[in-house]
Design a protein around this ligand. Structure first.
Ligand SMILES: Nc1nc2c(c(=O)[nH]1)N[C@H]1C(S)=C(S)[C@@H](COP(=O)(O)OP(=O)(O)OC[C@H]3O[C@@H](n4cnc5c(=O)[nH]c(N)nc54)[C@H](O)[C@@H]3O)O[C@H]1N2
Ligand SMILES: Nc1nc2c(c(=O)[nH]1)N[C@H]1C(S)=C(S)[C@@H](COP(=O)(O)OP(=O)(O)OC[C@H]3O[C@@H](n4cnc5c(=O)[nH]c(N)nc54)[C@H](O)[C@@H]3O)O[C@H]1N2
Ligand code: SF4
Ligand SMILES: [Mo]
Length: 889
């Protein structure tokens, strides 16, 4: 792409924060490429970033405000929001009002929302989906450093000699960073990687050691490491004396709970030799980085897990220098920015908590008439307060909590009973917009303008390259217009994001004098053109001082200036499995979907990798429950239930099952895993225990499974016992299951394949098989296959018939078999999203002698762009490569 004409912006997905070059081609289609100059990605993009162009069309967008289900003008909608807020505040006080935001808001939107609700409306109940994500890391940082500081840089991951990846599936969730690590390891094969995760994930591809610990036992492991380091003489006393406090108590607590390798191995259910190898490697490797994500944070002991990791780095003085340190990786594109403005309920603003002094300072800076004086409800508490009727109005922005909160059915009932629900959204139909009273259309990525901060504290610009559609407005704009109507116009007279950014930068430096880590005061006087042109920059950004590496020479933000080691007593997860709910449900992400799928669900490329909600199980557990691969299963807990197809995987720990978080009411029947997840939270951080819910799994009795591929989407969800839908190229795919008998199948087929034209049919009632297809003028309009799971054909050859039209006579004859006629190939399940290469194509390359992913790439392109599918290609090589028969000369 021509760099001169492209707009430089930032990817709206994960916390890696890759730079993107975006432009519109002559047909008006978005062209996307990695920005070679951006220091996060140097030109790379993962499958999600590369497919951004497929997600920016207007289908499904919320294009105008809605009030009580009716289309409204902005005037009406803003008047309604302000009027109803005012009357609730007058009757019940400001604390009856709440704001629930998101790490996908821009810093400018976030800043304005925090200021409006905490400073002017006067409610402390301002929290964000970062509570579900980063809150435990924040607690761990503050306990240790006195500030919420991520001290490291991405380059440290590349220069480390030992990289520990704890509770993170980097290969899928931070793919570009994973590729950077992988390249570094290829260059320096001595670099070691340890993965700590109960599941064997694709990230294990680069692991020298995988520790599949029992879920929730991380603190035992790291406490064990701390006591090992102390006993074996790896304590850096000079650093400890000069820069830390509390190490005696921390070591004592570690030794009491995890005294030796056998004890740790027993608690964590790991081989002793592996635990010892991990401890020895850590002990012996100065340049060690410990990177962690949701397997650590999303736990009832998440804060302690974080502290247990940081303790080991402090004991060995491995922090503040290149190639070492604890590294909390953020999930969302602006999780970091949200923390900077103070978007969490227990923070005030600009990395300031609630003390008399900071409250006074922020009041003066904002000239805030109603500044709150203490923390408010954290996300789960906030929705429970809505349920109790204490909170009567909530404004939700850029998050879909009816899918993403634990105990989600109960949260939905709570929200349905709430007096005023305002939702600022980019999409019209989500599980959350379904319960809103007022919908405000937001500008989305490609349209909106502002800044985000990535995992290494780098502030980058998101710049618009598309015109705003319909009546969509920036989120900050809607907040300011409501502020104006509430009588707070003076504090919210912003006309552009640059003005907000300058104020935010000024607050970060206001009476700071080096007392707070977050300081970007050098940008407080940035003129508009400077803001427009701002290159990606890491904070702190202070005037006149080179801040260099954080914590390079101690300089922690506690009162004493010393970092604190925390004594930790490990606790098991709150809810233990019992005879009724004997399996542990773990939840998380898949490679090509983003959260609740509102954007990635639009992309055929991204929807092809994982098509339905699935329940990953160890084959032994599945056999015990009489569940085969592909069977439809019900997962249920004390809190609720979900449906998913079983996937057998021996990388899954026996006793644990895994289900992705993405599916929701728009994409599947009862696919919301959070309906099942317990609402347990960490007592210190309030972060939910998303990775540990005791569940039972049982087969769902259905007479058939099947699928429908249809050129047009169905007007209503299929009337079947179960369905999931996905976007294809030129068609809509529905995976189905039902209870209909062979006699009832033709009726169902008529409902699922409506319209005129020619109908092909095939029935084998004895085997409960029924197949039908409908064609109009030789074009395939849809096809339906029903039968036993094992009797269903692959979908890929059939899918291709929607783009190759009209259907040829040979293909037509083969249609109801579901398999290509002789001589044609079925590419199989999509593995490489970038080049659309199917599993069968890759297997064929392997059978023809490709024995490395590189060789596969050379033959069929798969894996040659973002590299996210390389672990899967390697797995296919392992399964399909036959030893080459050498003829003995
Ligand atoms: N493709 C994709 N990428 C994303 C996102 C997405 O939706 N899709 N979302 C982004 C966001 S917001 C976030 S927060 C990040 C999350 O990124 P990650 O944290 O890497 O992703 P998860 O899949 O939630 O969970 C990570 C791993 O924790 C493991 N785990 C479960 N229990 C335990 C435990 O007790 N101990 C340990 N050590 N590990 C455990 C799980 O098996 C899982 O493999 O991803 C970001 N990137
Ligand atoms: N079971 C389980 N649940 C989880 C997790 C887990 O691992 N397991 N992870 C948790 C974590 S870490 C996270 S971060 C959350 C994420 O969960 P959510 O935040 O609920 O998920 P998203 O789908 O990202 O929601 C973002 C919404 O904002 C909309 N949107 C996009 N752009 C804009 C914009 O510019 N303005 C506005 N106003 N709206 C916009 C999107 O259409 C979408 O509906 O899920 C949490 N829930
Ligand atoms: S790794 Fe992928 S999803 Fe994350 S910022 Fe980069 S391109 Fe976007
Ligand atoms: Mo997240």
């Amino acid at each position: 792409m021509e760099e001169q004409t492209a707009i430089k912006t930032t990817c709206p997905y994960c916390g890696v924060g890759c730079g993107v070059l975006a432009m519109l081609d002559e047909e008006g289609a978005a062209q996307i490429a990695g920005d070679p100059q951006h220091p996060a990605n140097f030109g790379r993009l993962c499958s999600k970033g590369a497919a951004l162009g497929e997600t920016v069309d207007l289908e499904g967008r919320l294009l105008h405000p809605m009030v009580d289900g009716e289309r409204a003008s902005w005037e009406q909608a803003l008047d309604t929001v302000a009027g109803r807020l005012r009357s609730i505040i007058d009757q019940h006080g400001p604390e009856a009002v709440a704001f629930y935001g998101s790490g996908q808001m821009l810093t400018e939107d976030y800043y304005v929302s925090n200021k409006l609700f905490k400073g002017f409306i006067g409610t402390p109940h301002v929290d964000t989906n970062s509570r579900l994500c980063m809150a435990s890391a924040v607690v761990g940082h503050k306990r240790a450093f006195g500030s919420d500081t991520v001290p490291g840089n991405y380059a440290d991951l590349e220069s480390a000699d030992l990289l520990i990846i704890a509770g993170a599936n980097l290969a899928w969730c931070h793919p570009v960073l994973y590729q950077r690590v992988k390249a570094a390891k290829a260059e320096r094969p001595d670099m070691r990687v340890v993965v700590i995760d109960p599941r064997r994930t694709d990230t294990c591809e680069i692991a020298d050691l995988h520790l599949p610990l029992a879920p929730g036992t991380d603190v035992w492991l790291w406490n064990g490491l701390l006591s090992y380091l102390a006993v074996e003489g790896h304590t850096d006393y000079a650093f400890l004396e000069a820069h830390t406090e509390g190490f005696g108590a921390a070591i004592e607590a570690a030794r009491a709970s995890a005294p030796n390798v056998p004890a740790v191995a027993g608690q964590c259910d790991l081989p002793e030799a592996d635990v010892l190898a991990f401890f020895r490697w850590f002990a012996a490797t100065e340049r060690t980085v410990s990177l962690y994500s949701q397997g650590v944070n999303q736990s009832s002991t998440g804060s302690d897990k974080v502290s247990s990791i940081i303790n080991c780095h402090l004991l060995t003085g491995r922090i503040g220098r290149s190639g070492m340190g604890p590294f909390s990786i953020t999930g969302q594109p602006n999780a970091m920015g949200g923390r900077e403005v103070g978007g969490l309920a227990n923070q005030l603003a600009a990395h300031m908590d609630y003390s008399a002094e900071t409250v006074d300072r922020v009041r003066r800076f904002w000239q805030a008439p109603n500044l709150v004086s203490g923390p408010g409800n954290k996300a789960v508490d906030l929705f429970q307060a809505i349920e109790r009727g204490e909170i009567r109005a909530v404004w939700i922005m850029a998050t879909n909590p009816m899918v993403s909160l634990p105990d989600a059915d109960r949260m939905r009932r709570a929200l349905a009973g709430c007096e005023l629900v305002v939702v600022s959204e980019a999409m019209a139909c989500t599980d959350t917009t379904a319960v809103a009273d007022v919908l405000l259309p937001a500008m989305a990525w490609g349209e909106k303008d502002g800044t985000v901060t990535n995992s290494e504290r780098r502030i980058s610009r998101q710049r618009p390259f598309l015109p705003p559609p319909g009546e969509a407005q920036p989120d900050w704009w809607a907040l300011c217009k409501v502020a104006l109507r509430l009588g707070f116009g003076d504090g919210f007279a912003y006309e552009k994001p640059a003005e907000i950014f300058r104020e935010h930068a000024a607050l970060s430096g206001f009476e700071n004098n080096g007392s707070r880590d977050f300081d970007i005061s050098a940008l407080a006087n940035l003129h508009d053109a400077g803001y427009e042109a701002m290159a990606p920059r890491q904070w702190p950004i202070r005037d006149g001082r080179d801040t260099g590496r954080l914590f390079a020479d101690g300089g922690f933000f506690t009162e004493s200036g010393k970092a604190r080691l925390i004594p930790l007593t490990p606790r098991p997860p709150v809810n233990a499995p019992d005879t009724d709910y004997s399996l542990v449900l773990n939840t998380g992400r898949v490679r090509d979907h983003w959260h609740t799928m509102t954007r990635t669900g639009k992309s055929p490329r991204l929807s092809a990798h994982e098509v339905t909600p699935f329940l990953q199980m160890h084959p032994d557990d599945a056999a015990r429950l009489d569940l085969g691969d592909g069977a439809l299963a019900r997962v249920h807990s004390h809190w609720g239930e979900a449906l998913a197809r079983v996937r057998l995987d021996d990388g899954q720990r026996p006793g644990s099952v895994f289900m992705p978080m993405h599916w929701n009411d728009q994409y599947a029947l009862r696919g919301r895993v959070d309906a099942v997840v317990n609402p347990v939270t960490d007592p210190d951080s309030g972060e939910p225990e998303f990775k540990h819910t005791p569940v039972a799994v049982s087969p769902v009795e259905v007479a058939w499974q099947g699928f429908l591929l249809s050129r047009e989407p169905l007007a209503d969800p299929p009337a079947c016992a179960w369905w999931a839908k996905a976007r294809g190229n030129g068609f809509h795919r529905y995976e189905l299951a039902g209870t209909e008998s062979a006699e009832q199948m033709p009726d169902l087929a008529r409902a699922l394949l409506p319209g005129d034209g020619e109908c092909l049919e095939m029935a084998d009632p004895g085997r409960n098989v029924y197949r039908a297809a409908r064609l109009v003028d030789g074009r395939l309009m849809g096809c339906l296959f029903m039968g036993a799971v094992t009797a269903l054909p692959g979908r890929h050859w059939l899918a291709g018939l929607f783009t190759a039209e009209p259907v040829s006579t040979r293909n037509r004859m083969a249609l109801l078999s579901g398999n290509p006629p002789p001589g044609q190939k079925d590419a199989g399940r999509n593995v490489c999203a970038c080049f659309g290469v199917g599993e069968n194509t890759i297997i064929e390359a392997i059978r023809k002698g490709c024995r490395t992913p590189e060789a596969v790439t050379r033959r069929c392109q798969a894996g040659g762009n973002c590299g996210s599918c390389v672990p899967e290609i390697r797995d296919l090589i392992g399964r399909h490569a036959r030893p080459v028969n050498r003829r003995i000369a």
